[in-house]
Design a protein around this ligand. Structure first.
Ligand code: NCC
Length: 276
């Protein structure tokens, strides 16, 4: 396949992968309980205009980076799943504007999603590996993890905290673009939270700094900066098409080779900078 230029790739994503969250009245996510749980305002309205945003991957390679102050200097910071700041602020910063979590995390006993205070900071967004059909009825009946009750319960306990649910169309529209830009057939599993988060921020921010998605010279088998688990597959992927996600992001990088090697930092344009 032909390698596309940066603008062509940006326009492909901008046109085909818009930000999409469940909204009031999206059947079958309707009725009294959903109406009192789903946010009324869009994510764009809740967050307002954002110039610079940081996306902090959970990779072990961010340990020892001293990037905390730089990360905090962005208008908004996105983190993933159970990634903490407490105890790691020198490397990952203190600010959490958004947290993108998967449905496995919210259902996990270990994470204690309902009660752990780290989840109550910032805006929450969750996603579930829904069927490729993008059919909401099909997904409603058979989510990958049965998150509905937990979502309502969380909303009841934290009524003031905005909590969005990504539409399945977003993950699969993104998957299609990744597949079309990859040299071989990729696995039919949704993109990682990291890649989904990058696209969410490209919708919301003018400029995005992504940390340790593409590895710095600190590259390590340490899976997460907050856990003693060693597994290269965390960085190269097993379930998610991570290698191909990373290839795509590499094509869109506006930052220098130095920033990548030294800081594990990639700089991306937001959708708003491109007129397609
Ligand atoms: O590990 P996870 O991801 O929470 O990491 C968030 C995102 O950071 C990027 N990453 C992470 C580690 C690493 N060494 N290199 C990286 O590039 C990836 O982009 C990743 O998406 C997920 O995507 O949701 C994932 O979630 C975990 C797990 O479900 C959650 O941490 C909740 O406990 C998955 N792990 C397992 O199922 C065991 C992981 O595969 C994907």
């Amino acid at each position: 396949r032909r390698n596309k230029g940066l603008s062509e790739l940006m326009c492909e994503l901008k046109c085909r992968v818009p930000l999409s969250t469940l909204k009031l009245g999206d059947r079958p996510f309707s009725g009294e309980r959903w109406e009192s749980s789903l946010p009324i305002q869009s994510l764009q309205v809740t967050l307002g205009a954002l110039k610079t945003c940081a996306v902090v991957m959970s990779a072990g390679a961010i340990k020892g980076s001293s990037l905390g102050a730089e990360i905090d200097s962005h208008d908004a910071v996105l983190r993933f799943n159970s990634a903490p700041t407490e105890g790691y602020t020198k490397d990952v910063g203190t600010k959490t504007t958004l947290r993108l979590v998967n449905s496995q995390l919210i259902m996990s006993e270990k994470a204690d999603f309902l009660n752990d205070p780290q989840y109550s900071t910032g805006v929450l967004i969750m996603w579930d590996p829904a069927p490729y059909s993008r059919n909401l009825d099909e997904w409603y009946k058979k989510p990958d993890f049965n998150f509905h009750e937990r979502y309502h319960e969380y909303r009841r306990l934290h009524p003031e905290q905005p909590f969005y649910i990504l539409s399945p169309s977003m993950q699969w529209d993104l998957w299609d673009v990744i597949q079309e830009n990859s040299p071989i057939d990729i696995q039919p599993n949704p993109p990682s939270s990291g890649m989904l988060g990058i696209i969410v921020m490209m919708n919301l921010c003018q400029q995005i700094s992504v940390y340790e998605f593409l590895s710095s010279s600190r590259k390590t088998a340490l899976c997460h900066y907050y856990e003693e688990e060693y597994n290269w597959q965390c960085t190269t992927g097993h379930y998610h098409p991570l290698i191909f996600e990373k290839r795509l992001v590499q094509h869109m990088n506006r930052g220098s080779k130095f920033d990548l090697v030294t800081f594990g930092k990639v700089t991306l344009d937001g959708y708003s900078l491109h007129t397609c």
